[in-house]
Design a protein around this ligand. Structure first.
Ligand SMILES: [Zn+2]
Length: 334
């Protein structure tokens, strides 16, 4: 590979009219040591050629992927962010990196682009392909990719990110290695969100929002920044309803709310879990002794939570309100 000129902002692979992609990672939080570990494994010849990075949506996987790529190309292999190679990753002119990211689904044409990239002989090792949100790849594109994944050309490493490994085609799963990443610590995330918000927001609200959205910083920020007051009020009401005894008016209100809001199963499961934890905490903190009714209620909630999780696990992203309503109506078990 010819030496890149020391130009910071120019992207010579792009036409003038195109905007240079920006993939900064210096504000990435969490993921400590993960890119280093992956790099070390590769260095020791122990890393498989196709790795799927799995983690909840909105925790910063895209930034992490950029940092991971930089770790390989960086002049000091630290993803320093300052050297030419790091800049080439951030600004999209690194010739040995194929960054596959689309709005909407990844289609055959994009998969073919990747195929072309992998087809040419590398002068440098490794060459990286980064696929952002591989679950957004349609079946045709996935099929196009299978041969590549089965026998990737030597000196090529393919990293793909996804939020649910189980949702990938079995053939893709069997050809790749799953690497789970976890959200940053809640204190880290809270501090980060605080720094991003234009208006001050109470710690408790930030903490609750993070918990409601499964510690996803991206989604929590979006909710805190863009959620309309009505949306926030509805979510708040849901949380309160979940903590009230389930009968008569409350039950009706809860069912109406679920129908009206059409929350997705994974989200609702998350909301239930938060409410359940609060309920536990309240019971533990109260001075009165725990009653049989408390235990029944918790047991009942656990059951519902399980059903909501199951709905999410079988891919019913859109929640089956009927199913939840039935669970809510079923009598508490003794
Ligand atoms: Zn660097």
């Amino acid at each position: 590979m010819s030496r890149k000129p020391r130009v910071r902002t120019k992207t010579y692979t792009l036409k003038d009219t195109e905007t240079a992609p920006s993939r900064p990672w210096t504000d990435l939080i969490g993921f400590e040591g993960v890119d280093e570990t992956l790099y070390r494994l590769w260095h020791e010849n122990r890393l498989p050629q196709v790795v799927v990075i799995e983690g909840r949506s909105g925790i910063g996987k895209r930034k992490f992927m950029a940092k991971l790529a930089a770790r390989f190309f960086c002049e000091t292999h630290t993803a320093c962010g300052n050297c030419d190679a790091c800049q080439s990753v951030e600004q999209g002119y690194q010739n040995d990196l194929f960054w596959l990211e689309t709005e909407g689904s990844i289609k055959v044409a994009e998969a073919e682009g990747l195929q072309d990239f992998l087809g040419y002989q590398a002068s440098k090792s490794p060459r990286l392909a980064m696929i952002i949100d591989i679950e957004s790849m349609n079946d045709q594109a996935s099929n196009r990719l299978l041969k590549l994944l089965e026998e990737p050309p030597p000196a090529v490493l393919i990293f793909a990110s996804c939020s649910r490994f189980e949702k990938l085609l079995p053939t893709i799963r069997s050809r790749s290695v799953r690497w789970r990443v976890h959200p940053p610590l809640i204190e880290q995330s809270m501090a980060f969100i605080k720094g991003q918000l234009a208006d001050p927001c109470p710690d408790l609200e930030i903490e609750n929002t993070l918990k409601m959205f499964g510690l996803s910083i991206g989604r929590s920020l979006a909710h805190l920044e863009q959620g309309s007051p009505e949306q926030k009020a509805k979510l708040d009401r849901l949380q309160k309803l979940l903590l009230l005894p389930m009968k008569g008016d409350h039950l009706k209100e809860l069912q109406d709310l679920l129908k009206e809001q059409a929350w997705k199963a994974p989200d609702l499961a998350q909301f239930f879990e938060v409410a359940l934890n609060q309920s536990y905490r309240r019971i533990l903190q109260s001075s009165r002794s725990t009653s049989l009714a408390d235990f029944r209620r918790i047991k009942h909630w656990r059951k519902i939570l399980q059903q909501v999780y199951q709905a999410g696990a079988v891919g019913q992203n859109n929640l089956n309100v009927q199913l939840v309503a039935e669970a809510l109506l079923s009598p508490f078990e003794g």
